[in-house]
Ligand binder design. Structure first.
Ligand code: CU
Length: 564
């Protein structure tokens, strides 16, 4: 039985109602957010690239038949090289933005939506005023001017709304786009470029019978995230890429709200990974599969040479376990359970090519921090993830602007050791399945679901037991799932990944983490404890850190650092 609702006004009101029950009182939110004035263009700033991005309602063909109503970014290049902005035809995705390290960029964001919005340049190291902080949201009709220098190394980045409690629905409706940054180090490698470099944005969506976007917007969605029935690549369903028999560079971005993919080729050709979130690896890595969580990026080389014309290679999401409570799967309502195998897109060899490009042995140099450069080597700053039925917390607290805790104050131009882990209160590291059952049972026991719908699901297996178990716990109803944790500002290094838990489940994902490159988003699976090193250079101000499961982010699993 489907429980998706159309994203109509009524649907959203239902969603808002759910958020009010689920979110506001217990999470200590619902306070009005203080706003800063929209930033204006500065005469002192001379941009190399200037563009306008308009957030607007539109419609676009996605499925056969009726077009789909979406929200999207539409761009115009005002100044700069023509390849700085490339529109994607017939897709809701925002234009592909292409910048070069060192360029000064001005972006005029105009809000033509029926509600407030603000855009974040995910992964770019920019001042707080340019970061799309929720307090910078602009009302319909307003314009926010961003001006910043591209300080990042070459890599693929991501722009999307960061609107207080509206990020998930705004991204879902179509507000998202990719940014590619180039630099001299990367250009010297002569990687496949032009038509041989393909950005691929992977997202899942559900549609109603009228071809319109459908969204959960209920308590399950807030709790576990949104999981759609269909995979779209670059805004298209059943995406096929026609290729020549030569090497390609595929640049993948998981733009989904919550879904985690396990990327692998259908013929089990290993994946050749050359880069992740923060750009190129030092040397390529070969893996049987790679996990890609929301907002993570992956840079792949795929060599089609030697493949006959007419042959096909399909990218799948392979089978995995343990990243979400099994009972949550049953309640989510998607036709595609997370962890089951399904196709993402297909490459079809349609042209012969004699090009015999060889991947260079050394790709880049990553500056690693020495121990003596870390300000808190013996006292890592915690990011404790709490997920319980009335609590989506980081470090024990929901999001609250101006709620900076002592540990969240960081001296500017320091490098910090950070430990990210799941916090289960006094319950210890219990197994996932049991946890999940108890958590949900707890909700049910407390009547959180408000009647009919929940009772209707009692027969779906395991729920009853969960409820009873929960009674015995008398506690928080914790549950463990994987969370993609994103830190704004400069990218970080992953230096340690420890695991204690269900080894069999972990074995289905553990070879899929690429920890050798620079990251801005990292998947923390149940039972994992990670250590990362992150610099907080150049800019003072408030920078967010949060779960990039967008429903979790909107439910309060977000905090901010005060760099001072
Ligand atoms: Cu999360």
């Amino acid at each position: 039985m489907k429980r998706f609702r159309p994203l109509t006004r009524r649907g959203l009101l239902i969603g808002a109602g759910a958020a009010a029950t689920f979110g506001a009182p217990a999470f200590g939110q619902g306070h009005a957010m203080r706003r800063i004035a929209p930033n204006l263009a500065s005469d002192a700033f001379t941009p190399d690239v200037e563009l306008e991005l308009i957030c607007k309602r539109d419609e676009t063909p996605i499925l056969t038949g009726k077009p789909t109503r979406v929200w999207r970014y539409v761009g115009n290049l005002i100044k700069g090289p023509p390849n700085a902005l490339t529109a994607l035809p017939d897709a809701y995705l925002g234009p592909l933005l292409r910048f070069t390290k060192g360029q000064k960029v001005r972006i005029r964001l105009r809000n033509e939506l029926p509600e407030e919005t603000i855009t974040h340049w995910h992964g770019l190291h920019v001042p707080m005023l340019m970061d799309g902080h929720p307090t910078a949201a602009i009302d319909p009709g307003e314009t926010y001017v961003y001006e910043f220098e591209i300080r990042n190394r070459a890599g693929m980045y991501f722009y999307h709304p960061h609107t207080h409690e509206k990020t998930a629905t705004q991204v879902y409706r179509g507000l998202a786009g990719a940014i590619i940054v180039e630099d001299a180090e990367e250009r010297a490698l002569g990687l496949p470029s032009g038509e041989f470099e393909i950005p691929l944005v992977i997202q899942d969506r559900s549609f109603d019978d009228d071809n319109q976007l459908a969204y959960g917007g209920d308590m399950h969605t807030s709790m576990f995230g949104f999981y759609g029935d269909r995979v779209l690549v670059n805004g298209r369903s059943d995406f096929t890429l026609d290729v020549a028999s030569r090497a390609y560079r595929l640049r993948l971005l998981n733009g989904s709200n919550a879904r985690i993919y396990k990327l692998c080729w259908d013929d089990r050709t290993p994946l050749t990974v050359i880069g992740v979130d923060g750009g190129l690896l030092e040397k390529a890595e070969t893996r049987p599969y790679v996990m890609l969580a929301p907002a993570e990026r992956l840079d792949l080389i795929v060599d089609f040479s030697g493949r006959p014309q007419g042959s096909k290679l399909t990218m799948l999401s392979g089978e995995f376990y343990g990243l979400i409570p099994p009972m949550a799967q049953r309640m989510m309502g998607s036709d595609l359970a997370m962890g089951e195998e399904f196709p993402l897109f297909t490459a079809r060899v349609t042209k012969a090519s004699n090009d015999s490009w060889k991947l260079p042995e050394k790709l880049s140099t990553i500056r690693r921090f020495r121990k003596d450069e870390i300000a808190n080597l013996d006292d890592p700053m915690p990011i404790a993830i709490t997920m319980a039925h009335m609590a989506m917390f980081l470090n024990g607290r929901p999001y609250g602007h101006d709620d900076i805790q002592p540990r969240e104050r960081i001296p500017v131009d320091t490098t910090q050791l950070i430990e990210i882990f799941h916090e289960h209160g006094g319950m210890g590291g219990m197994g996932m399945g049991g946890m999940g059952g108890m958590g949900m049972g707890g909700m049910q026991g407390r009547g959180m679901m408000g009647g009919g719908m929940m009772r209707g699901r009692m027969g779906m297996g395991g729920m009853g037991r969960g409820g009873m178990g929960m009674g015995g716990m008398g506690g928080m109803g914790m549950m463990s799932m994987a969370h993609p944790i994103h830190l704004h500002g400069q990218p970080f290094e992953i230096i340690e990944r420890r695991f204690e838990g269900d080894e069999d489940a972990y074995a289905s994902v553990r070879d899929g983490f690429i920890d050798s490159g620079l990251k801005d988003t990292v998947l923390v699976t149940p039972g994992e404890r990670l250590r990362i090193i992150k610099p907080f250079g150049d800019f003072k101000g408030r920078f967010m850190y949060h779960c990039h499961n967008l429903e979790h982010e909107d439910a309060g699993m977000m905090r901010e650092f005060s760099v001072e």
